[in-house]
Design a protein around this ligand. Sequence first.
Ligand code: ZN
Length: 295
Amino acid sequence: MTYERLEYCPVCGKGEFKNFLVVADNAVSKESFVIVECENCHFKFTNPRPDAESIGAYYESEDYISHSNTKDGLINKAYHVVRSITTKQKVELINKYVPAKGNVLDYGCGTGVFLTACKKDGWEVRGVEPNEKARQIAAADTGEIIATDLQDIEGEKYDIITLWHVLEHIHTLNETIDQLIDCLQDDGTLIIAVPNADSHDAQQYKENWAAYDVPRHLYHFTQVTMKRFLKKHRMNLEEVLPMKFDAYYVSMLSEKHKQGKASMLTSVMNGYKSNSHAEKNGNDYSSLIFVAKKK
Ligand SMILES: [Zn+2]
């Protein structure tokens, strides 16, 4: 296992950080990791972190990879119901930006659930997925060749590029986003969904907040730091949208971390609390979708 320590903030480039929170990897290794906060721009990131070669071991858990094992019926069932609703909402979102439909690239497409829905809806679809197992499922379900990494899509151009809960996993954060922006049409739309470290559920659960998900989540964005990150890459923020179901799902997992078991009632209450707090206080939902276009 090799760890690496970032000397400079990936968003603003300054080198002064303070320790923000120590969080355990509840899902896989049980190891603890430090989340630091940049003194200058307040970007939060896991530091030190396993390097790109070592991180694979932290994804090797039935619990983490599948979201579909039978160990935990309650969370699993909720996950699948919610997924079909949110997939539909995601397709509606890209149709809002390109009503005539075009081509969509889903970076980190997983098992291809979103792309399969897009294709059914009349979109031309392309996926990139480094995980072999997931990639094979995505290829079978979409009937498309799924790329392994960014090199495979060099020179291609897209109307929409999506990263659904993917950006926070990428070691080469700035390089990757630049390469993706290169693959975006001049009037194309970039859609990035990430957990929001300023959400009410994050503040309530603290080190038990499941969406910290260290060390797999390398970055812990907020509206302020995502706006800064997009600006740095010369992207114009069009709108910020909530992912309201995430408050419930993340509360469920967080409750499990905190209590050692799932608690439907408390999770539903805390999910609801997080959403109503966000509605009144600056849109700080558990997870947010950032929609951006080139300047
Ligand atoms: Zn910074």
